[in-house]
Design a protein around this ligand. Structure first.
Ligand code: AMP
Length: 453
């Protein structure tokens, strides 16, 4: 099936072909005809399936460029996602010189947003706060000709507390518009929250696949090594084309990136801690394929389209496992294949097991030294036995951690590994002695009680 089947204008079909899009993807086949008819839809869409174009194409087809009025709004939860959608729209817009597009996010000062606003754009893309400010507080443009209102990554809009803003913007639109909601998950609270302002003809399209079909999922038991050294070994063994490694916190991302730098391995770090300019620089380097390793937090997991990611690594798992699927969706995009690797060890086993229940297609590897070995079956049971045997009293675990932390500070000293080992052994010995003493005392108590009777 080609785009011609949708009866699109020949100029749009030509523009799509020039952008390299010949045939519609599954989500586009489903959504474009309905959106062209003006239906409202709630779409559960896997990332990397072409969902952005499933709303951009109807917008480009239906907007009347001779009418100087805002006719379509796209709301994105983050400025990065908004910019990405803006770039996709501009790519198509190159072939429609009269089609005006504006981006409203906190990336720019409000004054910049207000510049050049004497002629209304046809399509506005932005984040809820800035959009509300520009459109509702400052009444920059009339919204009476809006026919498409798009909520992108709606579950994230909800999680970030933007639903009130969404509702206010929605109220300012004419009653007859098509509302297209795209979300990676369709949780009940999202549906409840949307039901407040969606009309009856609201439809629901589910795509059951969580991430694109081209993603292969792998667990990697990294044993006792730290995640930084596991990542280093992994990269040395696999030499991936472009690796996107996710950490579960800014601190973890920074620590891993710093450690690798000390070992002479450079990476692009992308976390919420970066200044506006640093973030823009990191994104530019990412887009320019400047470095084969990106270390990021989940800020980069949602919807961002980074080309050519061959391998996604979860250095640790997020507590909300939905994010795992967003991460994995950064590879295997658009019919390509990709690998998503999850590092785990005894400490992170519980989350890994929970994930395995949701995504049973995982296979198992173990990483030891310079070897990444595929295992025949699940390593979880093996690991569990290991952890059960080693389950230590909480006090003892605490002291071991303290001993490790102390020696970490001195990690530049010669023989630090040996010294750490000795410190841990001392703690263990102390607790073994304590356990023996307690056992003897228990034994003596029993003897005394016997005598007392
Ligand atoms: P998404 O994040 O789901 O919007 O997917 C976006 C990616 O899919 C981008 O790299 C687009 O360039 C690409 N894409 C969208 N539609 C098509 C199409 N019909 N054919 C080929 N690639 C497409």
């Amino acid at each position: 099936m080609s785009f011609k089947a949708f009866n699109l204008s020949s100029s749009l079909i030509e523009a799509l072909a020039k952008c390299g899009y010949e045939n519609p993807s599954a989500v586009q086949k489903n959504i474009i005809p309905r959106a062209l008819r003006g239906e409202s839809l709630l779409v559960q869409s896997a990332t990397g399936t072409g969902k952005t174009h499933s709303f951009l194409i109807p917008i480009f087809e239906k907007v009347d460029v001779h009418l100087p009025r805002v006719q379509a709004l796209v709301l994105s939860p983050t400025k990065e996602l908004a910019r990405q959608t803006y770039e996709f729209a501009r790519e198509l817009g190159r072939y429609f010189p009269k089609f005006r597009i504006r981006l409203y996010t906190s990336e720019d000062e409000v004054t910049q947003n207000l510049e050049g606003s004497s002629i209304p754009p046809h399509l506005i893309i932005g984040t809820p706060g800035r959009m509300k400010d520009v459109l509702l507080s400052r009444h920059l443009f009339s919204l009476q000709n809006v026919r498409y209102f798009i909520l992108d990554e709606a579950d994230m809009l909800l999680d970030l507390g933007f639903m009130n803003d969404v509702e206010e913007i929605c109220r300012a639109l004419p009653s007859k518009h098509s509302l297209l909601v795209f979300s990676a998950t369709l949780r009940q609270n999202l549906r409840d929250s949307l039901s407040k302002f969606v009309k009856e003809d609201f439809r629901y399209e589910a795509e059951e696949i969580k991430t694109s079909r081209g993603v292969r999922h792998h667990f990697v038991d990294i044993k006792h090594g730290g995640i930084a050294s596991a990542l280093r070994d992994f990269l040395e063994i696999k030499h991936p084309y472009l690796t996107l490694a996710f950490a579960s916190s800014k601190e973890e991302a920074e620590e891993v990136s710093q450690t690798l730098r000390e070992w002479g391995i450079s990476s692009i770090l992308y976390t919420g801690n970066l200044e506006k300019r640093e973030r823009a620089r990191a994104l530019r380097r990412i887009r320019e394929d400047d470095c084969p390793l990106i270390i990021a937090t989940d800020l980069l997991a949602r919807g961002m389209d980074i080309e050519h990611v061959s391998d996604v690594i979860s250095l640790s798992l997020p507590s909300d496992l939905d994010f795992y699927f967003h991460r994995a969706g950064r590879t295997g995009r658009f019919g390509k294949e990709g690998d998503s690797w999850v590092f785990y060890n005894a400490d992170t086993l519980t989350r890994a097991k929970r994930l395995y229940e949701e995504e049973p297609s995982f296979d198992f590897y173990s990483l030891k030294g310079k070897a990444l070995k595929q295992e025949k079956k699940s390593l979880f049971s093996l690991r569990e036995r290991g952890t059960q045997k080693k389950e230590l009293p909480i006090e003892e675990r605490k002291e071991i951690l303290i001993a490790k932390a102390r020696s970490r500070k001195k990690h530049v000293e010669p023989m630090h590994k040996k010294k750490t080992q000795i410190a841990i052994e001392q703690v263990k010995r102390k607790y073994r002695r304590k356990a023996i003493r307690e056992a003897i005392r228990g034994q003596l108590d029993k003897e005394f009680r016997k005598k007392d009777r």
